[in-house]
Design a protein around this ligand. Structure first.
Ligand SMILES: C[S@@+](CC[C@H](N)C(=O)[O-])C[C@H]1O[C@@H](n2cnc3c(N)ncnc32)[C@H](O)[C@@H]1O
Length: 312
């Protein structure tokens, strides 16, 4: 295993607003982020960091290898790229919690859309009879295979390299998976923020047009949080063709018209505070307001349930 995280991590000041343009545009260096696939390496970097903590909320023994040298570089070169560990970790923790709950409640198939370098089928306590399906773009699927092919997942695992923007292909996949189990739980960690309202709506409608896709776990930013992220890390992501776009004013209710009912909503900051992992300077943001969030900077994870009778 590489031991990347033991290396001296560049001090954050080097990557502050002042030095940033120089650092990420140095000749012969790769851009901070090349395309949307690199965001998977970035998330894996945070899972690798968490795994090393004695009080880790989850452990992913594969994260360091999956993130690789590139994951470390990305975290160092993006503005705020190595900050907010509490948020990344709370997000993964909440997806783990909701997924475990849905599996305990009878889900037979997990469909992980934009699975990236997530190693849940290898690290979670799962029944061997559970079917786990991962979808991502070819670049990430092939990198993941190159790292994990010798390892044994704890359940039945299938991977699809597929562009989820291709409506025909994704509908065909959803139709195929719809017959695999009576209860399918969908997860899309870290995907929707890169889609427009119309793209998220279309995906939501395709997912709810199935018979057995019963729940969907998504992460969400408030409009205020979206603006904040667009002003910081979002600039470099935009340059790489992966701008942050989705932060609906209606919050989790955005999904209602597409056949999905919010069942549980958990904020990342509130979750981090439960484990005393939140930054002191954000304490004034707690407790989270209820209802419309507007400019309040909020990110969270929502469990959506398929409203009965919805169809494409
Ligand atoms: C921020 S990463 C999250 C990855 C993973 N869910 C996680 O939490 O580690 C976003 C992922 O979305 C994938 N992605 C973005 N657009 C996609 C598309 N059109 N089709 C399939 N995957 C896509 C990227 O390749 C990347 O792996």
């Amino acid at each position: 295993m590489f031991d990347l995280l033991k290396r001296r991590f560049p001090p954050p000041s080097r990557f502050g607003t002042k030095g940033h343009s120089k650092t990420h545009l140095e000749p012969r260096m790769q851009p901070a982020i090349r395309n949307i696939c690199d965001t998977a390496r970035w998330v894996a970097f945070f899972r690798a960091l968490e795994t090393r903590r004695p009080d880790a909320l989850f452990r992913d023994p594969y994260a360091e290898r999956l993130a690789g040298e590139r994951g470390l570089q990305i975290a160092g070169a993006l503005v705020d790229g190595s900050k907010h560990q509490w948020a990344w970790v709370s997000r993964t923790y909440l997806f783990d919690t909701f997924l475990s709950r849905e599996i305990q409640n009878g889900a037979e198939v997990v469909l992980n859309l934009a699975a990236g370098l997530d190693a849940r089928p290898y690290r979670m306590d799962l029944s061997p009879s559970l079917e786990w399906v991962e979808v991502d773009l070819p670049e990430i699927i092939s990198h993941k295979r190159s790292i994990l092919d010798g390892e044994s997942p704890r359940c039945k695992l299938t991977r699809y390299d597929l562009d989820l923007a291709d409506t025909e292909q994704r509908r065909a996949l959803f139709t195929e998976l719809d017959s695999r189990g009576k209860k399918v739980v969908v997860a899309s960690e870290g995907l929707l923020i890169y889609l427009s309202d119309a793209e998220v709506g279309a995906l939501a409608a395709d997912l709810s047009a199935t018979t057995n896709f019963r729940s969907w776990i998504v992460d969400l930013a408030s409009p205020g949080q979206l603006k904040l992220m667009q002003r910081t890390t979002g600039k470099q992501l935009s340059e790489a063709g992966a701008p942050f776009k989705f932060g609906p004013p209606a919050g989790a209710n955005f999904f209602v018209e597409y056949g999905w009912k919010p069942q549980a909503v958990e904020g990342l900051l509130k979750t981090a505070a439960r484990f005393n992992r939140h930054p002191a300077e954000l304490e004034s943001l707690l407790p989270e307001p209820k209802g419309v969030l507007g400019n309040y900077p909020w990110t969270g994870v929502c469990l959506l349930e398929r409203a009965s009778g919805s169809s494409r």
